[in-house]
Ligand binder design. Structure first.
Ligand code: HEM
Length: 279
């Protein structure tokens, strides 16, 4: 027979005390303990650690330190759009009037409504106008979406222009942001070109004559004016070729180029140290 030693009895007393303590726990406490154990188990699993990179706020033991904040931004595609730190004035609506953000919002709205319109519009001289007409009368929400697209386009031109005016007024075009100003000028041009190419698509009298006037003006480009006009019209005068050409520019080439310039624009805002400070 093995006699219990002093040490064993001490262990037993501790175990008994623990059991009594456990029994004393209320149900919510037990549930909370269970939930913590389950969370720990999940966060330690290989699945979890391979999905959430070091520094992620979903990792076990995340602490709000400058290093972890940088990790969060570097490891997350979504958070990559946000800086690690934001200057106080940068989040004041009164500083930027949110005009850059508003322009971006309008671009997203125009993309979504534009895709909707593409389902019902054919860029041919025979079908274009009647497709617009049936969009008004036969397509559910057709008139609403068309008007959202049209008004959105007007608003975007206005908001991009006002955003540029805000940047100029704040002197934010100066070093180190002069490159972003140039990128901005490209964005303004692309916005205007998108607006102008879209104008032809309804294929009504207004658009026909507006484009005739516009391309005649471009025909006065020094030295190779005639060639510019020919390329833009797809012929000697406005016709079905012009419509197809401007449609491709409007739905594909210009938005695609604008997205590339937008990515550079946003990237530069971050790299130039966030938005400029008040003068
Ligand atoms: C599609 C058009 C455009 C979009 C969506 C856009 C978007 C933005 C956004 C979101 C910002 C961050 C701060 C803010 O909201 O003001 C910004 C900053 C800036 N933008 Fe634009 N922008 C566009 C066109 C332009 C134009 C036309 C210019 C000038 C010619 C320009 C020049 C700048 C500059 C220099 C900054 C930095 C401003 C600062 O640090 O205070 N952008 N832009």
């Amino acid at each position: 027979m093995v006699m219990p030693t002093e040490c064993d009895s001490e262990e037993q007393t501790k175990l008994m005390a623990k059991n009594i303590e456990k029994r004393k726990q209320s149900l919510p406490e037990k549930l909370q303990q269970g939930a913590t154990a389950a969370t720990d188990w999940m966060q330690d699993s290989q699945f979890w650690t391979s999905v959430f990179r070091p520094g992620s706020i979903f990792r076990k033991g995340y602490t709000d330190s400058p290093r972890n904040r940088s990790y969060v931004i570097m490891n997350s595609v979504l958070y990559h759009l946000h800086p690690v730190k934001v200057k106080r004035h940068a989040v004041k609506v009164s500083y930027t009037l949110c005009l850059g953000g508003l322009s971006f919002f309008l671009f997203i709205l125009l993309t979504i409504t534009g895709i909707f319109l593409m389902f019902f519009y054919r860029p041919t001289a025979a079908a274009a106008w009647s497709d617009i007409e049936s969009l008004h009368t036969q397509v559910s929400f057709g008139l609403l979406v068309r008007n959202m697209h049209r008004w959105g386009a007007h608003l975007m031109v206005i908001s991009v222009f006002l955003h540029m005016a805000r940047v100029f007024y704040h002197g934010a075009y100066k070093a180190p942001r002069e490159f972003n100003w140039v990128v901005g000028v490209m964005l303004l041009k692309l916005t205007l070109l998108l607006s102008f190419t879209g104008y032809l698509l309804p294929w009504d009298q207004l658009s026909l004559w507006a484009v005739t006037v516009g391309t005649n003006m471009m025909g006065f480009t020094p030295v190779f004016g005639d060639q510019v006009r020919f390329v833009l019209l797809g012929g000697k005068q406005i016709g079905a070729e012009t419509l197809l050409r401007w449609y491709v520019l409007h739905v594909l080439m210009l938005p695609f180029t604008l997205v590339i310039f937008l990515a550079i624009h946003f990237w530069r805002v971050r790299k130039d140290g966030g938005i400029s400070g008040p003068l």
